[in-house]
Design a protein around this ligand. Structure first.
Ligand code: SF4
Length: 336
């Protein structure tokens, strides 16, 4: 994997191409495969995006929050997600020595200062549920609550470029593993006891109309200025993107709408490549909308038949407009 990986940082040249068009975006989320708080331009870019009227989110490992507290409290950031890899011991092992207690102390401090200043910054923990940290979830919820965070939400491994990633996922294609199911219940009770909001992913896999990164509304910009539908289809790799699943490895052609060093963002968002990619999503959501509108009648035997017919029409429309082929086998297409 390492040999294919193309690491790098977003350059100011690329940012300057995006910046004039940021008014087109409601929300800008600054996140990388590395740590965004390491980027020296981050405070400036956050302020610029705010000037354009965007809400702004950052996902961080939390190790550098203390050093960033001052500028994070300037009122430009709406959402901070601190990612945890388990309870303290697992977190430290998986995150190269990072101390979860320290991360949460910094996060809690930021949350308290933000409240004192009357800011509306939401500070939450994301917990990546895997087979090796399942039992840690309730403890992590308790620690997050004690630190004064607003919410904990659980995510699954939804990008699986290697076999070990696939083997660590806490679900078996269409259902969450039994230990995962049990621990979600315990964690939910823990959250209630400590008064913190708690969200968890689907417990059953099912094909979505459009994934959570719905390409009708989202676009992803990679560090080297490529624009595409999502991170899963623009992994910074040389060549095709490996994706592991039940049938082993498949290789996906990246989906790129274009490059910001060749065209501005509005042009890329209006490109034929994007239109072609989003077409099935548009058709699927329209089919659902037609179905929902047809439910607007009084119940009765005759109308039950109408309902069956409307359901059949919906199914036909979805079958005629499957998700694009690069989405096949993507965990997000099954709501993970
Ligand atoms: S289903 Fe997966 S690959 Fe397709 S757009 Fe969503 S996240 Fe990207």
């Amino acid at each position: 994997m390492d040999r294919y990986w193309r690491g790098g940082d977003l350059k100011d040249d690329i940012w300057k191409v995006i910046e004039p068009d940021l008014h087109l975006a409601e929300h800008v989320h600054l996140q990388g495969w590395g740590e965004p708080l390491l980027h020296p331009m981050l405070p400036i870019w956050v302020a610029k995006a705010r000037e354009k009227g965007c809400t702004i989110g950052i996902t961080t490992n939390g190790d550098l929050l203390d050093a960033a507290t001052d500028w994070l409290l300037e009122g430009n950031v709406d959402l901070i997600t601190v990612s945890a890899a388990g309870a303290p011991k697992n977190h430290e092992t998986l995150r190269g020595g990072s101390k979860l207690e320290q991360v949460l102390a910094s996060t809690g401090n930021l949350a308290a200062l933000s409240r004192e200043k009357g800011l509306r910054m939401k500070i939450q923990m994301s917990f990546l549920l895997t087979r090796s940290n399942t039992a840690d979830l309730p403890k992590a919820v308790e620690l997050a609550a004690r630190s004064g965070l607003d919410e904990v939400f659980v995510t699954h491994l939804d990008c699986m470029p290697t076999k070990p990633h696939y083997e660590q996922a806490a679900y078996n294609d269409d259902t969450i593993i039994p230990e995962g199911m049990a621990v979600l219940k315990v964690a939910e009770k823990t959250a209630r006891r400590f008064g913190i909001r708690f969200r968890y992913p689907n417990r059953e896999g099912e094909e979505v109309l459009a994934c959570a990164l719905n390409p009708l509304h989202f676009a992803f910009v990679s560090w080297d200025g490529k624009v595409g539908p999502c991170v899963n289809l623009l992994l910074p790799l040389n060549g095709r993107i490996p994706r592991w699943g039940k049938a082993g490895e498949t290789r996906i052609e990246p989906v790129v709408y274009g490059r910001l060093d060749q065209a501005p963002l509005p042009e890329l968002l209006a490109s034929g490549a994007r239109e072609q990619f989003i077409y099935p999503f548009r058709q699927r959501l329209a089919a659902e909308q037609r179905f929902l509108s047809s439910l607007d009648f009084e119940p009765g035997v005759r109308n039950l038949r109408e309902l069956e017919r409307a359901g059949a029409r919906r199914r036909e429309a979805l079958d005629a407009n499957p998700l694009p082929s690069p989405c096949a086998g993507c965990p997000k297409a099954l709501r993970w």
